[in-house]
Each structure stands twice: as C-alpha cells, then as structure tokens.
Design a protein around this ligand. Structure first.
Ligand code: HEC
Ligand code: HEC
Length: 412
C-alpha cells in the first residue's frame, strides 16, 4: 500500500512545497517561487462549468489530489457539508462528525481523547481536519489510511470502540432517515444522477470526503506576513527564527506549508510517509509507549516503530489543545519544554519513565537549549499560525444553526 509508483507520469515538480527552510531569507525566497508556482497550479483548475468544482485556493496552497472515482462537485460538497453536521448519521442520533471535529476548535474537540456515541472512550486525541485533503496518511499513525473515503470507515462503522455506531442492524434505517428528509431527497438524485439508489453509503462517504477536501485554509497572520500584508512582532520573529533554524530543529518535521512532513498534492513527489518517536514515554525504562497507543508499532509490530507517530500540522495549533496523539500534554508551553528537554520525564504512576532516554526516539529530539524567553517566543510564533474561526465561515460552519428540526425544512 505504501509502494506506489514513483510518479514518473507526473510532471516533475519542484520541492518548493516541501522546503526545509533553513533561514528566514530562504523562507521568503521559497515563498516567492511558491507564489509563481501557484499561477501554474491555477492553470490546472477546471473551469466552473455547471456542477464542476473550481478550487479557490489561498495563495501558497497547491492543488489537492482528488481520487479519480470521486471528482469534486459543488453538489457533493453541499451534501457532505450537511451530513458532516447531521446527528442522524449516528446509530442513536446523538453524534455527528462535528461532535469530535468542531469548527470553532479548528475541527478538533478539546478533549484529551474523544468519546463515541455510545459513551466509549477512544484511545486518541481528535486531530484537526483542516487541510486534510493534503495528508499523505490519515490519523495519528496508520500508513494504510491514505484517502478520506477509506478513513471514514473508522468513525462510521468501527466497533472497538464505537464512534458513530453504524452497523448491519441500523445501516438501512439510517439511510431511510436521510431519504425522508426533503433536503436530501431532492439533492441526492440530482448530484448522483446515474445511481439507482442515490442515497447510499458510498454516496454519503463520497459527499463527506468532498466536503472535507474543500476545507482548505491558509489565512493566518503568518500567511499574511509571507504575502507582505502583516508584520510579525519582535517576539514572533524570534520564535520563527528558532522554529526555522537549526537550533530549534522544529522545521525538520514541521517544515512544510502545513507545518508537518507528510503532504500530497497535484505533482508532489512520492515519498515514504514519516513517523517519529518524540520521547513522550519510556514506560519502566523499556522504551515502550502505553498500549494501544504505541504508534506505528501497533500496525507493524517492529520495535523500531515503537512510539512513532505522524508529525501533526501546526496550523491553528492554539485551538487544538490538548496536544499529542493521546492529548497528554495540556499546553503549548509544555510541548516546547518537552522538546527543550529532549523528551518527557514521567516520575510517577503506571507510565513512569524517562522519555529522554527512549531508545526508539528520533535523533532530532536531542534536547535544545531554550531560555524561558525562547520558549515564550516559540509559542508566540506558533500563535501566528491561527486562522479565522471556522464556525464563523458559512461554507464550513454548522448548517443546522437553529437546531436539527429547523434545518430539516430549510431549503437554503
Ligand atoms: C467520537 C469522536 C469522533 C467522531 C464522531 C468522528 N471522529 Fe474523526 N477522528 C477522531 C479521532 C480520535 C481521530 C484520530 C484517530 C486515530 O488517530 O486513531 C479522528 C481522525 C479523523 C481524520 C484524520 C485526520 C488527519 O489529519 O489524519 C479524519 C479525516 C476524520 N477523523 C474525519 C471524520 C469524519 C468524516 C467523521 C464523520 C463521519 C468523523 N471523523 C467522526 C474522532 C472522531
Ligand atoms: C523528529 C521530528 C520532530 C521534531 C524535530 C519536532 N516535532 Fe513536533 N511533533 C512531532 C511528532 C511526531 C508529534 C506527535 C507526537 C505524538 O503525538 O506522540 C509532534 C507534535 C507536536 C506538537 C503537538 C501538535 C498537536 O496538535 O498535538 C507541537 C505543538 C509540536 N510538535 C511543535 C514542535 C516544535 C515547536 C518543535 C521544535 C522545538 C518540534 N515540534 C519539533 C515531530 C517532531
């Protein structure tokens, strides 16, 4: 599944989007190339014909890849937008995707780890789905999940633990709930004109994935700074220099246009997705992470993959607390302190151990000298990556504003 073709048939695309910015000057230069590149990407954008989708991408954002069997259309995005917020999609009508991916929290849920519709606790912290169109692999550590369509099997149908709780017993009944809604009844047949049964799980999944792909955003203070439209304070600049420089090392794993290191887009180079152990745990000094959160190891069973997780995007990171795969770090200040120490030391309880000495730790997490002020500056820089509140942008916000019943009759 990871062995894809090397992309010979694709145009050779400069590595500009994966730039490893060593200095601020290099960063600004890279951005200039980047903006020129965008004009080329613009030329690939299909014209807005009928229902065809036209990307309106912010400057600096490449064109997302879209699966051949699920092209973007405005109709699918509209249906997916509503389904994403629709609690009728869960077995007991208590949860929707947005329960755990809330727009005002950059589509996370603010919990340490999420809780499913039947009350079961999930092992992981809910990640942001902003810009998820660009992720090479989805979720915290699963190289097999490479499309938004396939990822959705988890929240919809998972049984250990249950998320939305769709199962063989209620599958048909849930689709009937949707068929009875005049809004869906009118749109599904129009948007899927050749389908014998337009309201199907396949089409539900295709629509929600299309909506997720449409959530592309790059409108933070930092983006405006790159475009010459905003100034960074002295503190934020110092934080940026630390982040981008060899002292902080952050950019090695958070150096892309999304501040992560796993991105795919039209023309991107094919790369093996990376996962890293950042020394968060070292249970009983064995190198172990707590089950079932042992990262890539849960899938590969290889010792070297113990504790290896995907570096998450740091866009909107002030809104996505608590942090890390298990939400075990409460604040950005603590995240930075752990990096400064070269790992986290847990002194008591079942997970006690010195993460700094985890044998599987990525060598880049070696401890960095940061003064109190450096740490504050880094946090100030991370704060510049905050976008406008997504719950205030109508094409992303909850369409059921006045409650489920109002929305059922609402015909836009
Ligand atoms: C009960 C809470 C919950 C619900 C409901 C839920 N999710 Fe999630 N979602 C999570 C958690 C937790 C993860 C991380 C899982 C992991 O890493 O193992 C996640 C991961 C994701 C990801 C991967 C994001 C990334 O950056 O890799 C996507 C996409 C996603 N969910 C979409 C959805 C969609 C679409 C729905 C509705 C069909 C949904 N989720 C419903 C909690 C939830
Ligand atoms: C070797 C790669 C690597 C380096 C270097 C690195 N990170 Fe990370 N970062 C990760 C990984 C992997 C995670 C997730 C780890 C986990 O959940 O166990 C992460 C998580 C984070 C998070 C939490 C984000 C969230 O949504 O939970 C923040 C904030 C962060 N890193 C900031 C930084 C900063 C600041 C630096 C530089 C001081 C840095 N990182 C250096 C790989 C790296």
């Amino acid at each position: 599944m990871m062995a894809r073709d090397r992309g010979e048939d694709r145009p050779a695309v400069p590595r500009r989007f994966r730039r490893k910015v060593g200095t601020v000057a290099a960063g600004v230069a890279a951005v200039a190339v980047y903006l020129i590149g965008m004009q080329a990407a613009g030329a690939l954008t299909p014209p807005q014909v009928n229902n065809r989708w036209a990307w309106s991408l912010p400057p600096g954002m490449p064109q997302p890849r879209v699966p051949a069997d699920n092209p973007m259309t405005r109709g699918k995005v509209a249906i997916g937008h509503r389904l994403f917020y629709d609690v009728r999609l869960s077995g007991n009508e208590t949860q929707s995707c947005s329960t755990c991916h809330q727009p005002q929290l950059a589509f996370t849920d603010g919990k340490t780890t999420s809780v499913g519709s039947t009350g079961e606790t999930l092992p992981r912290n809910s990640p942001s789905i902003v810009d998820s169109a660009y992720r090479t692999t989805l979720t915290w550590a699963n190289p097999a999940l490479t499309s938004l369509e396939s990822q959705m099997d988890v929240p919809l149908f998972a049984t250990h633990p249950v998320e939305l709780g769709v199962n063989d017993r209620n599958k048909g009944a849930i689709l009937n709930r949707l068929r009875k809604d005049p809004w869906y009844a009118k749109r599904f047949p129009r948007v899927f004109p050749t389908a014998k049964h337009p309201v199907s799980w396949t089409n539900v999944i295709r629509s929600i994935a299309s909506f997720e792909r449409s959530i592309v955003s790059a409108n933070s203070k930092y983006d405006r700074y790159l475009q010459g439209k905003a100034e960074l304070s002295a503190e934020e600049r110092r934080g940026m220099d630390l982040f981008m420089g060899e002292e902080g090392e952050c950019h090695h794993c958070h150096g892309s246009f999304l501040f992560d290191d796993q991105d795919t887009y039209v023309g991107s180079p094919e790369e093996r997705p990376k996962f890293h152990n950042t020394g968060l745990y070292n249970v009983g000094e064995t190198g172990e992470y707590p089950y079932p959160n042992r990262g890539l190891y849960e899938i590969s069973g290889k010792a070297k993959d113990m504790g290896a997780f995907r570096a998450p995007s740091l866009r909107n990171v002030v809104r996505t607390a608590p942090y890390m795969h298990d939400g075990s770090v409460a604040t950005l200040k603590e995240v930075v302190e752990n990096y400064a120490a070269g790992g986290r030391v847990i002194t008591e309880g079942p997970y006690a151990g010195d993460g700094r000495k985890n044998p599987h730790k990525d060598p880049l997490i070696s401890g960095i000298h940061l003064s109190e002020r450096d740490e504050e500056d880094l946090v100030a820089f991370l704060t510049t990556l905050t976008e406008p509140d997504f719950s205030k942008i109508s094409r992303f916000a909850d369409p059921f504003k006045h409650g489920k019943n109002a929305a059922r009759g609402n015909d836009e």
